[in-house]
Design a protein around this ligand. Structure first.
Ligand code: URA
Length: 200
């Protein structure tokens, strides 16, 4: 199939990530022979999911959300009839933090230009942060700083952007990994994801 403009632009982002050493995670990735995890899915997607950072499985394969949290994300999508290949899935950080620790704010800042470019290229209408770090970063990026709250209060809510970002909706979700250590949360996730039915 012929390469689209977006395919070319996203390939360029990948090349930039490969040589990035703005934080220590780039060195760590090379040392451990891990892949960077850029993103996967439809390069013209209407819906984009943005997690936090690659885990071990993701770093070993280069694919986002391919481990246990990813299985849950796939189940959630299936429950509302959305195909994984129709959405785009990426992370705030492209390289794996050691021992799956939380992303540091310096690392988020260093990596921000990549997710910003991916959003600019794909131009999704619905942006779904997965987890609190993504929620805060993306809500601030889309002029929703005054609506930022703890994820337990705003999960599954739709926030319509204004001004330059009018037409874009941000819907924060709990990180799907919550259901791996608290199975009761699966019900909450299944309920929240229903909000996306109207964007199919
Ligand atoms: N958790 C994330 O935030 N991203 C992944 O790709 C996998 C697990």
């Amino acid at each position: 199939m012929k390469e689209s403009e977006n395919d070319k632009k996203l390939k360029k982002v990948k090349e930039e990530v490969l040589i990035c050493r703005k934080c220590i995670l780039g060195e760590e990735r090379v040392k451990n022979k891990y892949y960077p995890v850029i993103g996967e899915g439809n390069h013209e997607a209407k819906i984009m999911f943005i997690g936090e950072a690659p885990g071990l499985q993701e770093a070993k394969t280069g694919k986002p959300f391919c481990g246990r949290a990813g299985q849950i994300l796939s189940e959630l999508l299936l429950s509302v009839g959305i195909k994984r290949e129709d959405v785009y899935i990426a992370n705030l950080l492209k390289c794996r933090p050691p021992n799956n620790r939380d992303p540091l704010s310096d690392e988020i800042q260093a990596c921000a230009c990549f997710i910003e470019k991916q959003i600019e290229i794909i131009k999704p209408k619905v942006i779904c942060p997965l987890g609190r770090y993504s929620m805060k970063f993306l809500m601030e990026m889309f002029g929703l700083s005054d609506k930022v709250d703890v994820i337990s209060k705003i999960h599954g809510q739709m926030f319509e952007c204004q001004g330059n970002f009018a037409g874009i909706v941000v819907v924060p979700f709990y990180h799907p990994a919550v259901a791996t250590y608290n199975p009761n949360m699966k019900t909450v996730l299944l309920n929240d994801i229903k909000v996306l039915e109207k964007f199919k």
